[in-house]
Design a protein around this ligand. Structure first.
Ligand code: NAD
Length: 399
């Protein structure tokens, strides 16, 4: 097989190349954490959006924390000639290899999760190879969705009602600038709700229930974010917030499907972490850079896998839930450490002071940049980037 030297190629808030060895190291690190934090949890898990970020961490927590079989659905690109595969592809190759070595069943479906075709393929695979599913994690973050009628909806990150003017950071150079983002049109709001709202989650749960592949008492959890007020104009009160409100309102509809079989649907509010999805949101990378500096100094910093282990062990499968584990709206909260009042008032004080000149001193922007490169397997400790590596790694079919 041909080997290539892989260089990172940054384009705004994505990297168009990925490093298989770096991605594999990242997965190994998450697996090691899960193995140290075992808990009694699900046995057979479907993760929709399983290849990066919170979905990948959920899959690792379920497999290596609870010993569950996992089926992952995602949309990733395999390698093609000298073009590397996407990071989520390499993450999954590494995950499946480790799962197999530990005697865990792990299979994947690569394709558009919004389509009926991928839902059918997934259901067929569960029927043939898996025990009935007792947990479905819905962790998609997508720019567009083509619905059943063939209409393609686009998701945008815009304020609603009035323009947003605020600070943002260039991920490449660390320059802090002011951005102005015009408010979304009604069509853009509706498009974002159609992509990131709850319609597709409900379609998945309806299809799984009618195919009879859900276990008695099956649970499903989808992820949301609230964050502090300084992010609200672009997040909570913006188009993505509207979509998340729709996602939350879908819980009742899914409960109507699951309750007859003793199951339940939930929203988990997670903390802000560095992922491909969060890097695309204006304001958020700068906010995360301040947040991480303070949380690291307080000893409360958490990564995707820390969050997902805490969510699974102490919330979804927790025995004696601590006060605050579930909020007044019935949502699991794992953003408690991020939302700590003292911490947030420190962030509010620092926010107006940050400039291009002092960003590396006042915030953990260096840490942010490193985490961002890590998402694509770069800047990972112990990886020799001067060594040519195989890029064309296949995802194995189940026997
Ligand atoms: P991510 O970009 O790391 O992961 C997105 C996943 O969705 C990937 O596995 C990708 O392959 C998959 N995907 C995208 N389009 C698809 C399609 N058409 N078909 C199949 N799979 C597809 O994102 P993330 O940040 O982990 O976000 C996951 C969820 O967590 C989102 O609902 C997000 O709003 C929520 N969340 C994120 C944060 C954060 O700070 N990153 C905080 C709280 C909640």
């Amino acid at each position: 097989m041909a080997k290539f030297l892989i260089e990172r190629r940054l384009r705004g808030f994505i990297c168009t190349t990925a490093h298989p060895v770096g991605c594999s190291r990242n997965v190994e690190e998450q697996v090691a954490k899960a193995l140290k934090n075992k808990f009694t949890g699900p046995r057979s898990v479907l993760v929709i959006g399983a290849s990066t970020g919170y979905g990948l961490a959920s899959r690792i927590a379920a497999a290596f924390g609870a010993g569950a079989d996992t089926l992952g659905v995602f949309f990733e690109r395999p390698a093609d000639g000298d073009r590397t595969a996407s990071a989520g592809w390499y993450n999954t190759v590494a995950f499946e290899e480790l799962a197999r070595r530990s005697g865990l069943l792990a299979a994947s479906v690569n394709g558009d999760a919004f389509s009926d075709d991928i839902k059918e393929k997934t259901i067929e695979l569960i029927g043939k190879k898996f025990k009935k599913i007792d947990l479905v994690i819905y962790s998609l973050a997508a720019p567009r969705r083509t619905d059943r009628s063939g209409v393609t909806h686009k998701s945008v990150l815009k304020p609603i009602g009035k323009p947003f003017v605020g600070k943002t950071v260039n991920l490449d150079h660390g320059t802090v600038t002011e951005v102005t983002i015009d408010p979304a049109t009604d069509e853009e709001i509706a498009g974002t709700v159609a992509v990131m709202g709850g319609e597709d989650w409900e379609l998945w749960m309806g299809a799984l229930a009618s195919a009879g592949v859900l276990a008695k008492g099956a649970k499903t959890v989808a992820y949301g974010y609230i964050g502090p007020e300084l992010t609200w104009p672009i997040y909570r009160d913006g188009t993505i917030g509207r979509a998340k409100a729709h996602l939350e309102s879908t819980v009742d509809k899914i409960n109507a499907i699951l309750r007859p079989m003793g199951g339940e649907a939930h929203i988990a509010i997670n903390k802000a972490v560095v992922t491909q999805a969060s890097a695309a949101i204006p304001v958020v990378p700068l906010y995360i850079s301040i947040l991480f500096r303070l949380m690291k100094s307080m000893g409360t910093h958490e990564t995707c896998i820390d969050q997902m282990l805490r969510l699974f062990r102490d919330r979804i499968y927790g025995k004696n839930l601590q006060p605050g584990a579930i909020d007044g709206c019935g949502r699991f909260r794992v953003d408690d450490l991020e939302m700590d009042r003292n911490l947030q008032s420190e962030i509010a004080k620092l926010w107006p002071l940050v400039t291009s000149e002092n960003i590396r001193r006042l915030t953990d922007f260096d840490g942010y940049q490193s985490d961002f490169l890590n998402l694509f397997g770069f800047d990972v400790h112990g990886v020799d980037y001067n060594e040519a590596v195989e890029t064309d790694l296949p995802l194995k079919e189940l026997p």
